[in-house]
Design a protein around this ligand. Structure first.
Ligand code: SAM
Ligand code: SF4
Length: 324
């Protein structure tokens, strides 16, 4: 079992397979970064997998593939199959913007993928375009339909932004209710890579919008999930991810691996240790040692503030690097 320096059990690994993306979401990567990690610095699937086996052998039983946009990485289904074949009962999921799902969903399902989290910030073509800086809505909605058609589990993530898509919280909820899928509203997390003009909505403002039409009942956090769950009178459940509240960190069970092999203990902070050298040399013990050190030093909590963010509350970590 993996236990961190604050006594929390860590059983969840998020693996970013690329930082590249086919969208330019204003809260994540509004402009193409000054430089990409050169392709030769990306770990191969075999190298990533060597570390993942170490983590799975030591107690990781939940893995999420993310990015950048993970479906941009060629042969992702081969990678999914490697993980699935090693531990068929692993809780294996993927986070995607869904743009490429119409042509990939079936292969992902056949490779052993169980669940998808899909980002959907608007049901209006022009608003989706404004956020992603590309005309994305048509393929995204087709991608969601395709995922449901092939039998993948789907959850929707929405990041409400003031003056942009804050009037669509109830519409996105209705869209999800109609398809019997869960929506999770994510508070915008301030970071230095995002468009500086964005204003996120606080969790209580998001809930106030839902309450305009529904009575809601608080259910609580689901295990170590960052999502706080609520139920409507008709039994429909939705989630709120509110990192500006610090009870969010109490049960943190996750670490993150980037595509170039940096192991990141917390989404907020810059600290990371590389496993690249170990996995390139096939050094299993070296990779296990880095994992132990990262767990020992995992921070107690993030520093996103409940109040208006000060300069020092703005994270320097790029979401497109860590995978959210
Ligand atoms: N490209 C995929 C996608 O968009 O789903 C996977 C990577 S993306 C970085 C993972 C998640 O992070 C998405 O749900 C996205 O909405 C969320 N995200 C990115 N930047 C964010 C920010 N500044 N605040 C809150 N959530 C953010
Ligand atoms: Fe790409 Fe996802 Fe970031 Fe949007 S949130 S720019 S889709 S990585």
């Amino acid at each position: 079992m993996l236990i961190d320096g604050h006594g929390r059990t860590v059983n969840y690994l998020r693996v970013s397979v690329t930082e590249r993306c086919n969208f330019r979401c204003q809260y994540c990567m509004p402009e193409k970064p000054f430089s990409w990690v050169p392709k030769e610095n990306l770990l191969s699937f075999e190298e990533l997998f060597l570390f993942m086996k170490v983590a799975m052998d030591e107690g990781v039983n939940k893995i999420r593939i993310t990015g950048g946009e993970p479906l941009l990485r060629e042969d992702l289904d081969t990678f999914i199959k490697m993980i699935h074949d090693y531990k068929p009962d692993i809780d294996l999921a993927l986070t995607t913007n869904a743009y490429l799902l119409p042509q990939t969903a079936q292969r992902l399902k056949d490779a052993g993928l169980k669940r998808l989290n899909i980002s959907l910030d608007s049901l209006k073509p022009e608003v989706a375009h404004k956020i992603a800086q590309k005309d994305v809505l048509g393929p995204v909605l087709k991608g969601i339909d395709k995922a449901l058609e092939v039998g993948l589990g789907v959850k929707i993530n929405m990041v409400p932004l003031k003056g942009i898509n804050d009037d669509e919280i109830l519409d996105i909820m209705d869209y999800c209710k109609e398809r019997n899928i869960k929506v999770r509203f994510i508070e915008y997390m301030e970071n230095r890579h995002a468009n500086v003009e964005l204003k996120g909505m606080h969790g209580r403002e998001i809930l106030a919008k839902v309450k305009e039409r529904h009575t809601i009942h608080a259910l609580g956090r689901e295990g170590a999930s960052p999502s706080f769950n609520y139920e409507l009178d008709d039994g429909y459940q939705f989630g709120l991810i509110d990192p500006h509240k610090h009870d969010f960190c109490e049960n943190c069970n996750r670490i993150r691996l980037t595509a170039e092999g940096n192991l990141i203990p917390c989404l907020y902070f810059d600290e990371a240790m590389s496993i690249a050298k170990s996995v390139k040399a096939g050094d299993v013990q070296g990779a296990a040692d880095v994992l132990a050190k990262v767990l020992k030093d995992k921070p107690k909590e993030n520093r996103w503030s409940e109040d208006n963010p000060n300069e020092e509350d703005i994270s320097t970590r790029a979401f497109y690097e860590t995978g959210g």
